[in-house]
Ligand binder design. Structure first.
Ligand code: ANZ
Ligand code: ZN
Length: 667
């Protein structure tokens, strides 16, 4: 008798599907559409991971089901191929990134096809293809024209080993995410994208989206909206300093003012301080630390007084000492804080350490205050003159109004979200389409000259000065100014690898368009994405960045919907059998190719769908895989034996019950 042979069965059917164009998405079909999206992979040299399989198999099941239900389904795939790993690999091996990328894509493609995933292969995209990144550059130019791309001199996280500027998120515990070298702070002119201008919209519009609750919470926290009061503290004979506080009700308890080491008035103040040397030394030390080290709640707070200098509390005109402390973030609020040791934990530790006065001004509703720590909740005001006996919330309002009347403060909303550092000093990224002219300054590359292609060179090692490797390629850098035709230089920074993925879902709707990034009518047909799946690690960056670009394009009337994704879910990680993360260095990586060789793609996919709750991390179990294999085998034999027998009423009933249950369970 014939044996269950997954390889043979899968090959036969995969060919059949391809021939019948089963997976083709049809533009403007009369059928209702469903756009199902998975995060496209970075084609690394390691090939596909079993984690990819979890995400792609799940939404593949959804896509197939939707097709069976009569939908016109778009389920596309592509490659997010710019970025450091390929560049580092190229530097190590001498194989050009273009070539390495091409090879890796071929490996991925073969693996994806062998899995029998129902992607529409006619819509494949690759972010490193000039035909694609032409439009990434074009969108950058639209952002630039609307004032949302600008240059700024800011300290960046600098990895001395990779010789590259890193985004805050790429620095883990003060170390480079990639090579684990300690990062430093370095000032550099950077291209920035003004995502902060969209902070409120990004926040408000989450409410109506079907995102997992934990995804929503992470986005909301990342945006970090904070409502409070900005208050001006005069420093006699000097410029005043502004502080941002969410607790104006504690203003009578302020016993010091602490400025960030980078605060602009410090240059002036330190000259007058009795301990100028000490102050200068402190500022020098602070410069070496990363923001993370400075603001980590667990780390001990440090500071230094500006001896002889006082500030005036605007509520009662009392003099308070002025300090410098590196836990104060220069770029948040006013770059200074009013210290209330009795009611803020951090201030309490700071005051204890440096003998700063602790003055209680908030009393708990029920008297049970513990000694030796700050009381941080709301309560009733005491020691606060005419505001005594007010509850905190009311006091915040009244004190803010009082300060406003006296021109010493006003209500303010702050966001923790920062503008997006959009410059990278490496080779393997989209060139930023800008020209620097001696006469005209910054000149955008005319749209007709796009794409600005990456020059094909032999050397792509970063320069030691922090310039991009492109700076070394004179024949590429030196150009003419599009405005005055005079000598000019190309921008040598490239875009971060978040750029290409910020709009790829739009390109899938019209992947071969040469005239525009995507035809509006096609976007109207396909957008928004109905269901988007990807990792939790992309919740705060990729998801926010792409929502930002999409909202910007919507405001320019270039896309028809104000949000890109209606629904977002995240798959949990697939861990190694030993419960650890799969890693070459642990030698515990499960290779999908080998699993397929032994059990077939159907067993692998079935197992990954049954391994555990989709959103939770789960350890690989070969027993579980074997169980799925046995189930498929049993089903196959049972069909072989019974297929020609007549159905009975009972079997028909069971069939319909099964269809109903599976229909409901898959979603
Ligand atoms: C006085 C105070 C008293 C505060 C109290 C809290 C409790 P969020 O919610 O994050 O906006 N702060 C303000 N600017 C800062 C900066 N640049 N660097 C570090 N800390 C800063 O938090 C606002 C609170 O963070 C502010 O309210 C301020 O401390 C501190 F019982 O002001 B508070
Ligand atoms: Zn010019």
């Amino acid at each position: 008798m014939e044996r269950y042979n997954p390889e043979k069965i899968e090959e036969k059917w995969q060919k059949k599907w391809e021939k019948s164009s089963l997976n083709k998405a049809e533009d403007f079909s009369k059928k209702p559409k469903k756009y199902i999206l998975v995060e496209f992979p970075y084609p690394s040299g390691d090939g596909l991971h079993v984690g990819h399989v979890r995400s792609y198999s799940a939404l593949d099941a959804v896509s197939r089901k939707k097709r069976m239900e009569g939908y016109n389904v778009l389920y596309p795939i592509g490659y997010d191929a710019f970025g450091l790993p390929t560049e580092n690999y190229a530097i190590k091996t001498g194989i050009h990134p273009t070539k390495a990328t091409e090879e890796n894509i071929q490996i991925f493609k073969k693996q994806l096809k062998r899995l029998g995933l129902s992607f529409d292969w006619d819509r494949e995209i690759n972010t490193t293809d000039p035909k694609y990144y032409k439009w990434t550059q074009w969108i950058f130019l639209q952002l630039y024209k609307k004032g949302l791309a600008y240059q700024d001199e800011i300290p960046i996280n600098w990895c001395p080993s990779c010789k590259i500027g890193l985004a805050n998120e790429e620095v883990i515990d003060g170390k480079c995410e990639r090579c684990k070298t300690e990062t430093e702070q370095k000032k550099k002119k950077q291209w920035m994208l003004k995502i902060t201008e969209y902070a409120e919209k990004l926040l408000q519009d989450i409410k109506d989206l079907d995102y997992s609750e934990k995804i929503k919470i992470q986005q909301i926290n990342w945006i970090g909206k904070s409502e409070g009061t900005i208050i001006e503290f005069e420093i006699p004979k000097n410029e005043s300093a502004k502080v941002f506080t969410t607790r104006a009700d504690t203003i009578f308890g302020v016993t010091a003012l602490v400025l960030a080491p980078e605060h602009k008035i410090i240059q002036e103040l330190k000259e007058k301080a009795e301990n100028k040397k000490e102050v200068e030394e402190y500022i020098k030390q602070a410069k070496k630390k990363t923001e993370l080290e400075r603001t980590d709640l667990e780390k001990e707070k440090t500071g230094v007084p500006l001896k002889g200098i006082y500030a005036i509390n605007p509520i009662n005109k009392k003099e308070i000492p002025v300090w410098i402390g590196d836990y104060v973030v220069a770029t948040y609020g006013g770059g200074a804080v009013m210290v209330v040791p009795a009611h803020d934990k951090r201030d309490y530790e700071f005051a204890k350490k440096y003998n700063i006065e602790i003055k209680r001004v908030i009393k708990p509703k029920e008297e049970k205050q513990l000694e030796g720590q700050a009381y941080t909740d709301y309560g009733i005001l005491v020691n606060s003159e005419k505001f005594n006996n007010l509850p905190s919330k009311k006091a915040i309002k009244e004190i803010t109004e009082y300060l406003e009347k006296n021109n010493k403060g006003k209500k303010e909303t702050n966001y923790h979200l920062r503008d997006w550092v959009f410059s990278r000093q490496h080779y393997w990224g989209e060139p930023i389409p800008i020209i620097h002219c001696e006469k005209c300054g910054i000149v955008p590359v005319p749209e007709k000259d796009l794409p600005v292609e990456l020059p094909y060179v032999e050397k792509y090692k970063p320069t030691d000065t922090g310039e991009s490797p492109l700076a070394n390629i004179k024949e590429w850098v030196n150009t003419r100014c599009p405005k005055c035709q005079g000598p000019a230089k190309r921008e040598t920074d490239t875009m971060p690898n978040w750029a290409g993925s910020s709009w790829y879902f739009l390109r899938y709707c019209d992947p071969h368009n040469k005239e525009e990034f995507a035809n509006y009518e096609k976007l109207e047909y396909w957008m928004p994405v109905d269901w988007y799946n990807g990792g939790m690690e992309h919740t705060t960056l990729h998801l926010l960045y792409s929502r930002f670009w999409h909202k910007f394009l919507y405001d320019q009337k270039l896309v028809p919907t104000k949000e890109p994704y209606l629904k977002r879910r995240s798959h949990g990680m697939v861990l190694a059998p030993d419960g650890r993360k799969m890693s070459k260095s642990f030698g515990n990586v499960i290779n999908p190719d080998e699993v397929i060789k032994g059990y077939g793609a159907d067993s692998l996919r079935l197992y990954e769908m049954f391994m555990g709750p989709f959103e939770e991390a789960i350890s690989w179990s070969t027993e579980g895989l074997e169980g799925c294999y046995r189930f498929l085998k049993k089903a196959w034999y049972s069909l072989k034996e019974n297929i020609k027998k007549e159905s009975t009423k009972e079997i028909t009933q069971k069939l319909h019950q099964t269809i109903k249950k599976i229909t409901e369970d898959i979603e």
